[in-house]
Design a protein around this ligand. Structure first.
Ligand code: NDP
Ligand code: PMR
Length: 399
């Protein structure tokens, strides 16, 4: 019933013809992100009926007032070092709610971390930190609006002025606009989802890499949050609209709505733009690993934390979706995780010595044990990652 209900709220995105066959697929692919091997089953989900959409730029004036590469864990601390180790400093973007907040809380609770909550809404972040019981000395809120490259640069300057070391960067913030009929745009005029989730983080990570390099912490890490829905080797990744960056022609032409506001040059689709942005996040992590892991000792990682169906990510979805999505994920797909559990998972990727391998996309099974997951063909395409890197560098003004 719940599945039918979930299905009935998705008329514009997906259709499943036979409930029985679909249930069989679910058994094979849990929410934890195991590979979806039987493409025939995925094909039971019909393609999205796309409609032509007018692309009228709406500029977002974001700045507010106020199989995996094997490398041994880099620079892990010996037990002796750990005793005297200073507190680590972790910057987490989008720590004002959901996964980012839960991770900040999990790290703060260990007493070993100071968290820089890099958030677009200063007051909201401050209230959120207090609402989960974080102590003042365990966090600092700093303004960062990823939908403005100027704000990203300002954040980096402000962070450097605090003269704190940077030991871990977590690129977590994201926007998801599944019901948007037309694209909206960042301050510099990029489609909002890819502009925020990928380009904002791309610039931030490139700038802060210098700071990470200088860290003397036993394990320095950069984590970019990915997702199962960007991976078409899973059932979840086969729910239309599917991620597909194509030949990046839309991105290369500026992603500004003049030619296209989608990376592949197609018609605007908010849900696809989000999934594309997650593919960019996972490709960027691997490209960073290839270019910098050996030279810097920084561990680069991505992850799918589980389906945290209650977060603010779904705030723009229709109310019926928000009502049915959590029970659908809890009882049907069984991929649901609480914000608290997901926060603990990401906190492991931040600080657990056993998750210190670079170039990995982490997932968790139903017993909450971590494992190195396989990315889809596109999300592990090294040539595409290189091209994405080069085009993104131009767009954010690094090349
Ligand atoms: P939330 O909406 O709860 O958190 C997103 C955070 O991003 C919020 O703090 C939000 O700030 C912030 N944010 C949005 N836009 C900007 C911006 N322009 N500048 C700075 N911060 C911004 O969603 P989740 O916690 O679910 O999402 C966190 C990450 O987890 C995302 O990367 C998402 O893709 C990923 N993820 C989530 C899954 C899920 O099931 N929920 C599954 C897989 C991955 P504000 O509070 O001001 O809105
Ligand atoms: Mg999905 C094992 C199956 C599974 C998992 C793990 C997810 C995770 N989803 C699964 C299956 C299905 N979903 C099925 C069979 C359907 C059709 C009924 C379905 C539908 C669906 C929708 C409409 N699912 C969604 C949406 C969203 O709007 C969410 C999304 O795609 O956001 C981009 C979503 C998600 N499903 C997930 C996860 C983790 C999401 C959240 C998005 C993300 O961050 O990737």
């Amino acid at each position: 019933m719940a599945l039918q209900a979930a299905y009935s709220i998705l008329p514009s995105t997906v259709s499943i013809h036979k409930e029985g066959k679909f249930s069989a697929s679910l058994k094979e692919t849990t929410l934890t992100g195991f590979s979806f091997s039987n493409r025939a089953k995925a094909d039971k989900i019909s393609p999205l009926l796309t409609t032509k959409r007018r692309q009228k730029p709406r500029f977002y004036t974001g700045v507010r007032a106020q199989t995996v590469t094997a490398t041994p864990p880099a620079n892990e601390a010996s037990p002796e070092q750990k005793k005297t180790q200073r507190k680590g400093t972790a910057v987490i973007t989008g720590a004002s709610s959901g996964l980012g907040l839960a991770t900040a809380k999990a790290l703060a609770d260990t007493g070993k971390w100071h968290v820089i909550m890099a958030c677009r809404n200063f007051l909201k972040a401050e209230r959120a930190a207090r609402s989960v019981g974080m102590s003042k000395e365990d966090y600092t809120v700093m303004h960062l609006d990823l939908a403005s490259l100027e704000s990203v640069k300002q954040f980096v300057d402000n962070f450097r002025r605090t003269e704190q070391p940077l030991d871990v960067l977590v690129c977590n913030a994201a926007v998801y606009q599944p019901t948007a009929k037309e694209p909206s745009f960042t301050a510099e005029g990029f489609e909002l989802s890819v502009g925020t989730n990928h380009l904002g983080h791309f610039l931030l990570s490139r700038l802060l890499l210098d700071d990470l390099k200088k860290s003397d912490y036993p394990s320095k890490r950069m984590i970019i949050v990915g997702s199962i829905t960007g991976n078409t080797n899973t059932l979840a990744g086969n729910v239309p609209p599917k991620a597909n960056l194509g030949d990046l022609r839309g991105l290369a032409s500026g992603l500004n709505g003049q030619n296209s506001s989608m990376i592949d040059g197609g018609d605007f689709d908010g849900a696809k733009a989000y999934k594309d942005s997650k593919v960019c996040n996972m490709l960027t992590m691997q490209e960073l690993h290839r270019r910098y892991h050996e030279e810097t000792g920084v561990t680069f990682a991505s992850l799918y934390p589980g389906c945290i169906a209650t977060t603010g990510l779904f705030r723009e979805h229709i109310p019926l979706f928000r009502l049915l999505f959590p029970p659908f994920q809890k009882y049907i797909t069984k991929g649901y995780v609480s914000e608290e559990e997901a926060g603990k998972r990401l906190a492991q990727v931040v600080s657990d010595p056993s998750l210190g391998k670079s170039g990995v996309y982490w997932s968790w099974n139903n017993n909450s044990s971590s494992f190195e997951n396989q990315l889809s063909k596109e999300a592990s395409d090294a040539e595409k990652a290189k091209k994405l890197w080069e085009v993104s560098e131009k767009l954010v003004g690094l090349a």
